[in-house]
Design a protein around this ligand. Structure first.
Ligand SMILES: Nc1ncnc2c1ncn2[C@@H]1O[C@H](COP(=O)(O)OP(=O)(O)OP(=O)(O)O)[C@@H](O)[C@H]1O
Ligand SMILES: [Mg+2]
Length: 230
């Protein structure tokens, strides 16, 4: 199998408005695909439509040979797709341990493995989500997705609010996850960070993929032009 996730002709929106006007996108096994685009282009909507958080109005979502087009958010998670949402969505009143135990599913990534990865979280395991710094919340959001042991990880702007050294650490982690057999769909505003790890990049513009290319050998100025504010 050369494709793990295959999204074809995906249409979705809110109320009477259309945001995604037919998105085609694939992610292969052990591939990191970056999705970039201007603010409001529909990046978060794309991830949430794949996950079934936003209703799919047309098109198909297939994952590992399974048709998820009509699948609920729970079924999508069970099929092996993990999610690190934009803005982290950490529960202020649950502590670090509780976040990790709730999300846990069998596999390599246990809470202990997450604590090895992020020693800072281990020190704070009994701290409430509301007491964590932005960086610690991001580590927890990633850890929470990892303990679900997904085959594909969707991340929505993981660099947002992080110091440059932490951004580099997160990108290095994605590289490691790929080496361990995971696939990644990364939505990222930080173009340099995204290109440091991605195998392929897709530009989302007004709800469709307007440009797609392998990252090796890619002329970055093409992307910069496409991302220029209109
Ligand atoms: N819950 C919602 N209800 C109505 N409209 C929404 C909702 N969420 C997003 N939108 C609209 O859908 C469009 C796409 O938003 P989306 O959040 O997917 O963009 P984005 O590419 O993730 O932007 P950003 O880079 O700012 O995160 C925008 O016009 C936005 O205003
Ligand atoms: Mg967004």
């Amino acid at each position: 199998m050369t494709v793990l996730l295959e999204v074809a002709g995906l249409v979705s929106g809110y109320g009477s408005g259309t945001v995604l006007g037919g998105v085609d996108l694939t992610v292969g096994p052990e591939e990191v695909v970056a999705v970039v685009g201007r603010n409001g282009a529909g990046k978060t909507t794309l991830l949430q439509t794949i996950l079934g958080i936003v209703d799919r109005r047309a098109g198909t979502v297939c994952f590992g040979g399974e048709d998820l087009t009509a699948a609920s958010t729970t079924a999508v998670a069970r099929a092996g797709i993990g999610y690190v949402p934009q803005g982290r969505r950490i529960f202020p009143t649950l502590d670090v341990d509780e976040h990790l135990s709730i999300a846990r599913r069998p596999g390599h990534w246990t809470p202990a493995a997450v604590y090895d990865l992020f020693p800072r979280l281990a020190e704070r395991r009994h701290h409430g989500g509301g007491q964590l710094s932005g960086g610690e919340q991001q580590m927890l959001a990633i850890g929470r997705a990892l303990v679900g042991n997904p085959r594909l990880l969707l991340l929505d702007e993981p660099s947002d609010g992080l110091a440059p050294n932490l951004v580099a650490e997160v990108m290095a982690l994605l590289d490691r996850l790929r080496s361990s057999g995971m696939s990644v769909l990364l939505v990222e505003q930080d173009l340099a960070a995204a290109l440091s790890v991605a195998d392929r990049v897709a530009v989302l513009d007004r709800g469709t993929v307007s440009f797609e290319a392998p990252v090796p050998g890619l002329d970055r100025s093409i992307l910069e032009d496409l991302l220029m504010p209109v």
